[in-house]
Ligand binder design. Structure first.
Ligand SMILES: Cc1ncc(COP(=O)(O)O)c(C=O)c1O
Length: 426
């Protein structure tokens, strides 16, 4: 890296300036499931970009579809208007989410803005129904819904919300493990809750909601009448082995959010699918929803959505992914005896390897150290609380997943040696 820090032009978000510009973190090019970095190393991607490049980098059919749309209809707005590519993409999204239950789609540019839109929909839905007191949105502790001001407030992970004066007056958080916390909250505030928003698998740490928690959410919805929202920004588009993770629930949510895998990481896109029942209330009152984004649902984005869905079908991704999941099971089981590994977690292609020593779970800086060691050994994984997370492409080849597993083991071995060295030096 030749620039001094003051010359480095890029604000690397969520990083401290002292770490800006690291060559091993500066991506240059990607192909299939491998990424080339500025330090000249190709690394095996175990993160699918940011859990969004579910079909691997450089999918030619998706690229061709985007190019064709750019030439055919470079831009149409969704402000007070529709356009044919958005109608087609919306129809396809309803088909994969379940058109018998979901009836309308709103397009935004990110998971965070989709969560903002959902909070508006829920509050407006109840205002239209003359239930003006229903304004509270309940999220889960340790959840992540994005970093726009609204979704930042809904996120239950500590992310400097009060430092940034994020308004959480109308937000509550309950445990994702203990259904009693939700019951207790509803007993006190149930008639003021507009929506409960949950990730079917909490991305931070890859914690799936238990069957008991899902049952409790559905039972409480029937009792208290709030809207149940599945934030499937990360879990949608096959990540957990089904098109949407909430399709395994006994009953569907009222609102479903998709984003990450929806364009295979090629366009800034998110979609909010609402049930027929929700859209009927807006229809009955002929009510406009005040949310729109200039760059949301553009023709190239809609072409990317359509082509990604058709690639999922053409490549039989939901069939093939069972093989990837089985191999991941074996990979994780094979690491279970490692001295730094205390357990595994997650589902499908959304997994975690829990790390610790007899002193307890590995602290954040030590987990980051493990991620760096794995990176040095040629693999890309992400850091979670007391764990590393693996979310490879659903279509990753056997050989590539083997190589990823080898780099994870090599990184863990090197980390364990270093921890022993550190202890010795103390
Ligand atoms: C469940 C969930 N919701 C929302 C978001 C935010 O998405 P975006 O980064 O597109 O705003 C994420 C991103 O990781 C997510 O995992």
């Amino acid at each position: 890296v030749s620039e001094t820090r003051s010359e480095y032009p890029l604000w690397e978000l969520l990083n401290r300036p002292s770490t800006f510009g690291r060559a091993d973190l500066r991506a240059v090019r990607a192909r299939g499931t491998e990424v080339l970095f500025s330090d000249g190393c190709w690394r095996q991607c175990g993160t699918s970009g940011l859990w969004n490049v579910n079909l691997g980098y450089g999918n030619a059919r998706i690229a061709d579809a985007i190019r064709a749309a750019l030439l055919d209809a470079s831009y149409f707005t969704l402000f007070r208007a529709g356009h044919e590519p958005a109608v087609a993409a919306s129809r396809a999204l309803l088909e994969v989410s379940g058109a018998e239950h979901f009836g309308r789609v709103a397009h935004t540019t990110s998971g965070g803005s989709a969560n903002d839109l959902v909070m508006k929909v829920a509050r407006q839905y109840f205002a239209l129904e003359r239930q003006y007191r229903r304004r509270i949105i309940v999220g889960l502790k340790d959840s992540y819904h994005g970093l726009t001001y609204g979704s930042h407030g809904l996120s239950g992970s500590p992310l400097a919300q009060s430092y940034y004066s994020v308004d959480q007056r109308w937000i509550r958080h309950v445990s994702h493990e203990d259904p009693d916390e939700l019951s207790e909250l509803l007993e006190v505030e149930g008639d003021t809750v507009a929506a409960v928003v949950v990730e079917p698998v909490l991305g931070t740490g890859a914690h799936p909601l238990s069957a008991a928690m899902v049952t409790a959410l559905l039972r409480q919805r029937a009792r208290y009448g709030f809207l149940l929202v599945a934030d499937e920004v990360a879990t949608g588009f096959g990540r957990t082995g089904q098109f949407f993770a909430s399709q395994a629930w006994p009953d569907p949510p009222d609102i479903l959010i998709a984003s990450k895998g929806m364009t295979n990481g090629t366009c800034a896109a998110a979609a909010v699918m609402v049930s027929h029942q929700v859209s009927e209330v807006f229809d009955r009152h002929n009510a406009a929803l005040i949310h729109a984004e200039t760059q949301a649902g553009t023709p190239p984005t809609c072409a990317a959505i359509l082509e990604t869905i058709s690639e999922m079908e053409r490549l039989a991704v939901l069939d093939r992914v069972t093989g990837t999941i089985r191999q991941l099971d074996q990979l994780l089981a094979g690491l279970a005896d490692h001295p730094l590994v205390t357990g595994t977690g997650g589902v499908g292609c959304f997994r975690a390897l829990r790390l610790g020593t007899p002193a307890g779970p590995l602290p954040e800086n030590a987990v980051n150290g493990v991620v760096t060691m794995i990176r040095e050994a040629g693999g890309l994984v992400s850091a979670g609380p007391g764990c590393i997370q693996l979310a490879p492409a659903l279509t990753i080849s056997r050989e590539s997943l083997d190589r990823l597993g080898q780099s994870v083991r090599a990184g863990l071995d090197r980390s364990a040696e270093r921890l022993v060295d550190l202890k010795g030096a103390r």
